[in-house]
Design a protein around this ligand. Structure first.
Ligand code: FES
Length: 56
């Protein structure tokens, strides 16, 4: 599913970014450009990052 519509970023891309080495929301944000426009996705994006980090 799309998390960030402005940048067209899915939850899968966010998870992959964590698997590939991002270890914070800030790093994922820098890598994928999420929440850089309207910012509405920030809350959900943070949640996905947190959940994924907890899994790995
Ligand atoms: Fe992510 Fe707008 S939905 S910045």
């Amino acid at each position: 599913m799309y998390v960030c519509l402005c940048e067209g970023v899915t939850d899968t891309q966010i998870r992959d970014a964590v698997y590939e080495g991002c270890c914070s929301y800030r790093e994922v944000r820098g890598t994928l450009g999420i929440a850089s426009q309207c910012g509405k996705c920030a809350c959900l994006a943070k949640q996905v990052v947190r959940e994924t980090i907890a899994e790995v």
